[in-house]
Design a protein around this ligand. Structure first.
Ligand SMILES: Nc1ncnc2c1ncn2[C@@H]1O[C@H](COP(=O)(O)OP(=O)(O)O)[C@@H](O)[C@H]1O
Ligand SMILES: Nc1ccn([C@@H]2O[C@H](COP(=O)(O)OP(=O)(O)O)[C@@H](O)[C@H]2O)c(=O)n1
Length: 227
């Protein structure tokens, strides 16, 4: 990891970049590239919920068994993200179930906030980074794309590993997760009031990154009034 760039240091505010958005909108790709650009650590918070969900299933418990899910959330090992089973479509759908449990969200809160509070700054992506985890982040992006574009992206990603991947099933899963994530009582998927929306439907990865970088540079370079 390199040192934060002069552009960040000159802004005199902690370079915390919060990226939220629905499934397969490209937030992880943008988070990874922004982190590399600024030399910041990156946390994909969706992996936390995926790890809890896979842990609950491996335990033989139901996905709405809150005490089991909370215990697993509290005991996630440091290398939790290394498990390839977290990257499947099933793990994403299961993650959305445990993510609706308030106790699970509470159990994962401190670790996410601690990551965001690293002195040099950080990049986090998820569903509630700009609204709950880092409400004071100076740079918030809400990344969207049409459900069809997102299903196509996820299909290409999963089909490379799983010949049985189905575009129609992925589209249905994305629509269900959008609805479930946006309608849950705790930390629903909603843009923060001060997030900048970035629709990547007609942007390729490089185009989306160029747009995201321009937005973040503007936000980090110009402290908001009163901050
Ligand atoms: N703008 C884009 N155009 C085309 N494909 C993209 C774009 N952004 C991301 N992807 C691809 O779409 C898939 C999902 O992207 P990812 O960043 O993992 O999304 P998210 O983190 O929002 O779920 C990945 O295979 C990624 O390479
Ligand atoms: N900060 C976060 C991140 C993920 N999640 C949940 O975890 C699920 C999986 O998140 P993810 O980011 O790994 O999913 P994708 O967008 O990569 O498909 C989401 O559908 C959300 O329900 C959340 O509630 N809050």
């Amino acid at each position: 990891m390199g040192a934060p760039t002069a552009a960040v240091i000159a802004s005199n505010i902690a370079p915390v970049i919060a990226i939220d958005g629905p499934a397969a909108s490209g937030k992880g790709t943008l988070a990874r590239r922004l982190a590399a650009h600024y030399g910041l650590p990156w946390l994909d918070t969706g992996l936390l919920y995926r790890a809890v969900a896979v842990g609950v299933l491996n335990h033989g418990a139901a996905l709405d068994d809150e005490p089991v899910a909370v215990a697993i959330a509290r005991g996630l090992p440091a290398d939790f993200a290394d498990n390839p089973a977290l990257r499947t479509g099933e793990a994403g759908a299961a993650a959305s179930r445990v993510a609706a449990l308030p106790g699970v969200r509470a159990a994962l809160l401190d670790a996410q906030r601690a990551f965001a509070a690293r002195p040099g700054g950080a990049v986090l992506d998820g569903r509630d980074i700009g609204t709950v985890i880092c409400p004071d982040a100076p740079a918030k992006l809400f990344v969207t794309a049409s459900a069809e574009a997102r299903a196509d992206r996820r299909y290409r990603e999963l089909a490379a590993r799983d010949p049985a991947a189905s575009y129609d099933r992925i589209l249905a899963d994305i629509r269900k997760r959008d609805a479930d994530d946006a309608s849950r009582a705790v930390a629903p998927l909603v843009p923060a009031a001060d997030a900048v929306l970035l629709d990547t439907t007609s942007l390729d990865i490089d185009g989306a990154f160029a747009s995201a970088l321009a937005i973040v540079q503007r936000l980090l370079g110009a402290p908001r009034p009163g901050r």
